[in-house]
Design a protein around this ligand. Structure first.
Ligand SMILES: Nc1ncnc2c1ncn2[C@@H]1O[C@H](COP(=O)(O)OP(=O)(O)O)[C@@H](O)[C@H]1O
Ligand SMILES: [Mg+2]
Length: 321
């Protein structure tokens, strides 16, 4: 029987060494991702949210095998892929693709769009032959104008360049698409167009997606379930609408309260989380959020709360709630 989940992440962690002194000895570590576990079901769009620096990109890169994990496992469609070498990873690379926040930086300015988008296909087939028909088709599918293949990235707008990135990610017909802040660099009006396109492509290509964003509003409209990260740790998971309307973790609540209210006459109950996010090179003991938490109790200062089930697919890591 096929597994209902496409991706399982178990206790995944990443510590970046910090070097210091004249001899460049390792003097500490940045716990960018700290013991993160979750699953993504086939056909699901899973959102991962949290402030900048909380470890979302590092987590995504480890899942795709672009960055080695310090510990933990990644299981893709039943196969553990955490410790595969390059050759063993190749078939999975095809099935797992990524789109980035910055479509400009990730597109080679000296190559035509046709060459950029067709490249994964040429590499996969190990041939130098051009693949214009497939390229034309995928460019049309992502909504780029006729003739785009012969033009260069700088001739396109920001939104169109993100469409080029999406075309390149989808040309190999992956099962899994990781979108790392794909609309954060775009104007709000263009954001909506790209999000609509992603929803459409998800159905069309039977994709399972992980959608990384610092903006809870963006994931709410697009995702089935959402995970919330704080300082490298997953602190809450739940169905998108549930999590948004009934946040359980005080940090999730603070994120929601920090969303600007379109109507200025509506006053907020609170100002969200107090103060700044501590550094992941020196995270506070106990619950990482306790330094900013309005609900903290003694236990929060010294005991890390586990992510535990709270019914109806909800998980939260909090001693108080
Ligand atoms: N290659 C690296 N070397 C050292 N520290 C890194 C590296 N990449 C990311 N970090 C640190 O890890 C933390 C998490 O970063 P990142 O995963 O980019 O967060 P996010 O994507 O949520 O903004 C940050 O403190 C960042 O500075
Ligand atoms: Mg990031």
């Amino acid at each position: 029987m096929p597994l209902p989940e496409l991706l399982t992440v178990e206790g995944l962690s990443k510590v970046f060494p910090v070097k210091g002194g004249v001899f460049g000895k390792i003097v500490g570590g940045i716990r960018a991702v700290d013991d993160v576990s979750f699953r993504i079901m086939k056909g699901e769009v899973f959102g991962m949210v949290g402030e900048s620096g909380c470890g979302k990109t590092t987590l995504g890169r480890m899942i795709l095998g672009l960055l080695p994990a310090s510990s933990g496992r990644v299981i893709f469609d039943g196969d553990e892929i955490t410790s595969l070498d390059r050759a063993e990873m190749r078939p999975f690379r095809r099935r797992m693709q990524i789109i980035f926040q910055d479509p400009v930086g990730s597109l080679n300015p000296r190559k035509t769009v046709g060459s950029i988008v067709g490249e994964p296909l040429r590499v996969a087939r190990r041939s130098g032959e051009s693949v214009p028909a497939e390229v034309e088709e995928i460019l049309r599918t992502v909504g780029l104008p006729e003739g785009s293949a012969h033009r260069y990235p700088h001739e396109f707008s920001g939104g169109q360049r993100q469409r080029i990135g999406i075309a390149r990610a989808l040309i190999l017909r992956p099962d899994f698409l990781l979108a790392d802040e794909p609309v954060s660099a775009l104007d709000v009006s263009i954001q909506a167009q790209i999000l609509t396109l992603l929803v459409d492509l998800k159905t069309r290509f039977s994709l399972t997606m992980m959608f990384i964003s610092h903006d809870l509003r963006v994931v709410r409209s697009l995702c089935d379930r959402v995970g919330v990260m704080y300082l490298g740790r997953l602190v809450e998971v739940g169905a998108a609408e549930e999590l948004y309307s009934r946040p359980m973790h005080p940090y999730t609540e603070a994120l929601i309260e920090a969303i600007p209210e379109p109507d200025p006459s509506i006053r907020r109950r609170s100002e969200g989380a107090e103060g700044e996010m501590p550094s992941p090179s020196d995270p506070p003991p106990g619950c990482h959020f306790h330094t900013r938490c309005p609900l903290r109790i003694d236990r929060c200062f010294h005991e890390i709360p586990a992510l535990t089930p709270r019914g109806e697919g909800r998980l939260a890591a909090c001693h108080v709630r």
